[in-house]
Design a protein. Structure first.
Length: 471
């Protein structure tokens, strides 16, 4: 037995009176140790439970491999995504598509690190690849115009077809586009979305560009074409509604030559009527003079009905085939009788000869404030004057300012006047032939010197003699 054990027993034996107190003292101490141990064990247990509650299973969400949120479960992300899509659709006023690659990774995280719903919505809107729903007109595999929806796209295509398929009395077999044209729904991140009018202009012209020239005084289509390095044909093609030969000051010309993206191909059956030309047959007759002709039977055109197949590209004919013809009525042959009767020399030939030799000194037209109704040919007195053509002398005498005057009626609507004559070689009632001397040059009447005043009248009205003779 150790010394302290012996001391403890001795103390108990020597202090019997205090033994109860000592027992109480050690009992209290034992109880204290037990209580402290229990408290310590309880604290360790509680600490482990709190740590287990603070860290739990969660998901890290990534867009295209970039982490941006932590959620307790996947539904939290999908709910946020739906809210983000709704907000984006309200902003764009049309359906949108969020096409990013979404991935989830399971993680252990502290509950305070979970991303709030509102913050997640903002992040999705900021990071996502948002695509807006549109309609596209695709031509030969190439997207040409973007529109709000497919309804507008089909309206445009129908309108383009209607421009070339609204003819009267036309039986269309088909109205199609020459190119491969389709309408597709697309989700796009960017691009020009056109309205209906803009799209129609772009498809018809092949460009959005507009270039206008306003005609100024002194300009013509040739000068304008040269200025812009175009041809007159280019200007006519760009402005089919104008007359390029008669431009007006202030008129606006389009300088963009259209190169349409779409061509409309129409195929049709057409029924048309065409005239059948009449033939002409000639006969001989001694009832009229040689060189004269007379229609004895008037020619009448016939008529036929033709049924055609026609193909047109943008209204221009590219193919035509006659399917059948039917004669409605046949033509009537025209018969012309040619004269064989010998022609007298005094009959007009219809061609005038120069009435005298000399020099033209005064033309037809205004002179000294008044109208000069013939021409003046200066020649010496006594120079021969001949009949310009065969005919009947209806006047030979003196008449006012004309002086000595001869009038020949050629009996074909023409009369010739020969004035200021010196001497007459014919009288009224004589029949004269072309080239026959009828008078000589003089200086009678109102005259400033020897000359012939020569007039040609058609049905009594003076016409320019220089249309018939040469001086």
């Amino acid at each position: 037995m150790k010394w302290h054990e012996r001391g403890f027993i001795s103390e108990i034996l020597s202090n019997k009176k205090n033994i109860g107190n000592l027992l109480n003292k050690y009992t209290a101490l034992s109880m204290l140790v037990i209580v402290m141990t229990a408290i310590s064990l309880h604290g360790i247990y509680n600490h482990q439970t709190e740590e287990e509650e603070a860290f739990s299973k969660a998901y890290e969400v990534a867009i295209q491999g970039v982490p941006f949120a932590i959620v307790r479960n996947k539904d939290e992300f999908w709910n946020a995504l739906e809210d983000a899509k709704k907000q984006i659709q309200v902003m764009h006023e049309k359906e949108v598509l969020i096409s990013d690659e979404i991935s989830f990774a399971e993680v252990k995280t502290y509950k305070g690190e979970v991303t709030a719903h509102e913050n997640m919505v903002k992040s999705i809107k900021r990071l996502s690849d948002v695509k807006v729903k549109t309609a596209a007109i695709v031509i030969d595999g190439e997207t040409i115009v973007l529109l709000d929806n497919t309804e507008i796209a089909w309206e445009i295509l129908d309108e383009l077809k209607a421009e070339y398929s609204e003819g009267d009395d036309v039986e269309y077999i088909s109205v199609e586009f020459y190119e491969n044209v389709v309408v597709e729904e697309l989700f796009i991140t960017n691009g020009v979305i056109r309205n209906k009018e803009e799209a129609l202009y772009y498809l018809r012209k092949g460009t959005d560009e507009a270039k206008i020239h306003t005609v100024v005084p002194g300009e013509n289509s040739w000068a304008i074409a040269k200025k812009y390095k175009l041809t007159v044909e280019n200007i006519e093609e760009a402005n089919p509604e104008i007359n390029s030969a008669r431009l007006k000051i202030g008129q606006e010309l389009n300088l963009i030559v259209p190169k349409p993206y779409i061509s409309v191909l129409t195929k049709e059956y057409a029924t048309i009527t065409k005239p059948i030309p009449f033939d002409t047959r000639y006969t001989k007759t001694n009832a009229i003079y040689a060189g004269d002709r007379m229609i004895t039977t008037r020619g009448v055109q016939g008529q036929k009905e033709i049924r055609l197949f026609i193909a047109r590209k943008n209204g221009e004919k590219v193919e035509e085939e006659i399917l059948e013809e039917e004669i409605i009525f046949s033509p009537t042959t025209r018969v012309i009788a040619q004269g064989t009767k010998p022609r007298p020399e005094t009959i007009a030939t219809g061609i005038f000869a120069n009435p005298t030799r000399g020099r033209l000194t005064s033309p037809f037209g205004m002179r000294w404030g008044r109208r000069h109704e013939g021409i003046d040919i200066a020649a010496p007195i006594g120079t021969s004057i001949i009949a310009a053509d065969g005919g009947l002398v209806t006047f030979a005498g003196r008449r006012g300012a004309y002086g000595n005057l001869v009038i020949v009626n050629h009996e074909n609507g023409f009369q010739t006047y020969y004035a200021h004559c010196h001497r007459f070689h014919v009288k009224v009632g004589d029949r004269v032939h072309k080239g026959q001397i009828i008078a000589t040059v003089g200086n009678t009447g109102r005259s400033t010197g020897p000359h012939l005043h020569f007039e040609v009248r058609k049905n009594g009205v003076p016409v320019n003699p220089m249309s018939f003779v040469n001086y």
